[in-house]
Design a protein. Structure first.
Ligand code: ZN
Length: 505
């Protein structure tokens, strides 16, 4: 092997010396030691000089030791530079690259970085000492790019452009402009339906049951169905069942009242896929009139219905009409329903919950359901001039039952499809394309499908009728009008209205 005269270059930066946290492996003596050890195994290399910079940063090459070394190299007194590792040579990778890739090769200088295992003499095409640093630079570039992307997104959000990857339930991305959202009628109707049910006092669990019975797809099921453009009739129903939590979550979404809320989660950097909740000031809120699924009034009543701590009695899907509204004027506790049967006739009362538990806690404050109802109806008429919810435009829900009609139509079509499938299956069996066993399995599945369609159709018709019956002082109207109704006794109630000063009756 060709012999050469080498200089060793050692460097220790200020940061590495200060603070008593000296990295021992980077100390000058350690660097020297490592290089000597290397030289012992390379007798062809003769060490002719040593240069060092103690307490000098590696960011630039304006270091006394380094400059003296360059003088020696220029004079031709040495033709090899040995360092412990590249970071000793320099930390400014662009300048380091100029020395290693242009200056040294041009001067015919061999470069060895001991602990990097690099020797320009033996370097193959793929050996690039600078590679890790190029990666680091790419990293820095990527970090910069990621920041730019994030700030562009923030700017778009401030504009009200929709930049999230998915449109939430009830909405879709506009076909004309992928950055804009629009109301998706099919799913918006489902939101209106469940809002109306909740307002009218049907429990979330009860609503989930109804939606399942009518075969309405869950948000997840809908998303999948949209993606595949074709949902098989034999899709697994268990994966697409509504539950009370889903109903409550959708009902609580501010987006249905036209609030576009952007930047709820953020990524912490270009490398982290996971998203984290944003701080309040990072969230952009914009009210969009064209994105309203519910009116502001409907949304308010809905939130009120959700916030009241009400539960349906065991075995009932509807909560009490006055639940969360009427309370005992004596102790403030809720009033509970009680019924007494006398001579074939059932009398319904409300009594103080505390009294029901223990007679010593509070007196009964009993009021008959009939009397309470009549009093509230009279007051409503007096205060607002309305007895019938139809006269109250604000209370009239925009829910039109479109979702039910559409769903009904879909179920009928599905049933017809099963019918023709049945005929085709029989033809295939007769022609010997299906075995007897296959034919039997197929006909069973078809029969199941037809049956579930018929059941869903019946449910939908039932649901359509339910709403036609609702009249008078409904749960929704009560929530809209009354803040609180305190029962003082059978002949006195105190009413706090949602919009008017208290009224005594
Ligand atoms: Zn009481």
């Amino acid at each position: 092997m060709k012999g050469c005269n080498a200089v060793m270059y050692l460097r220790l930066s200020k940061e590495e010396t200060g603070g008593g946290i000296l990295n021992e492996s980077n100390s000058i003596s350690n660097q020297r030691e490592m290089i000597r050890h290397f030289l012992e195994k390379h007798p062809e290399i003769t060490l002719v000089n040593e240069f060092s910079d103690d307490g000098k940063s590696g960011v630039d090459f304006n270091r006394p030791g380094f400059l003296r070394m360059m003088e020696v190299l220029k004079k031709g007194e040495a033709d090899c530079v040995i360092v412990k590792d590249l970071s000793r040579f320099g930390r400014n990778y662009i300048d380091a690259g100029i020395y290693l890739e242009r200056v040294f090769p041009w001067m015919g200088i061999r470069f060895i970085a001991v602990s990097d295992g690099y020797d320009s003499e033996h370097a193959k095409a793929g050996d690039d000492l600078l590679l890790p640093f190029k990666n680091l630079m790419n990293d820095a570039y990527a970090r910069d790019a990621s920041l730019k992307v994030r700030s562009t997104l923030a700017a778009k959000r401030a504009n009200g452009d929709f930049v999230n990857a998915f449109a939430g339930y009830g909405f879709r991305k506009s076909k004309d402009d992928r950055h804009m959202l629009e109301v998706e009628e099919e799913t918006a109707e489902v939101i209106r339906f469940l809002a109306r049910c909740l307002i009218e006092g049907i429990s979330a669990a009860g609503i989930a049951k109804r939606l399942n019975a009518m075969g309405i797809l869950t948000p997840y099921g809908w998303k999948k169905a949209k993606k595949s453009t074709y949902v098989t009739a034999f899709q697994k129903r268990e994966d697409f069942l509504w539950c009370a939590g889903m109903v409550r979550r959708i009902a609580g979404e501010e987006s249905s009242s036209g609030w576009l809320i952007l930047g709820k989660t953020k990524s912490l950097g270009y490398k982290v896929k996971k998203r984290y909740p944003s701080s309040p000031e990072e969230i952009t809120r914009i009210k969009k009139e064209n994105l309203k699924i519910l009116t502001d009034g409907e949304f308010q009543i809905l939130q009120r219905a959700l916030s009241l701590d009400t539960r349906a009695a065991p075995g009932e899907e509807k909560i009490g009409k006055y639940s969360g509204i009427i309370c005992c004027g004596g102790c403030g506790q809720s009033m509970v329903r009680r019924s007494v049967k006398r001579r074939e006739k059932v009398y319904r009362y409300y009594i103080c919950a505390a009294n029901k538990k223990d007679k010593n806690l509070c007196s009964s404050h009993m009021i008959s359901k009939e009397r309470l109802e009549k009093a509230l109806q009279t007051v409503t008429e007096k205060q607002f001039g309305l007895t019938d919810r139809k006269k109250n435009p604000k209370e009239k829900h925009r829910f039109s039952g479109k979702v039910l009609e559409k769903q009904l139509q879909k179920k009928r079509e599905d049933r017809e499809k099963y019918g023709s499938l049945s005929a085709a299956a029989y033809g295939d069996f007769r022609d010997g394309l299906l075995t007897a066993c296959e034919y039997r399995i197929l006909t069973e599945e078809i029969a199941d499908g037809i049956q579930s369609c018929e059941k869903a159709e019946k449910e939908i018709l039932l649901e359509q009728h339910r709403w036609e019956k609702e009249q008078g002082l409904t749960r929704g109207l009560i929530l809209w009008l009354f803040e609180k109704v305190e029962v003082m006794g059978s002949r006195e109630i105190h009413i706090s209205f949602c919009f008017l000063p208290p009224f005594k009756s």
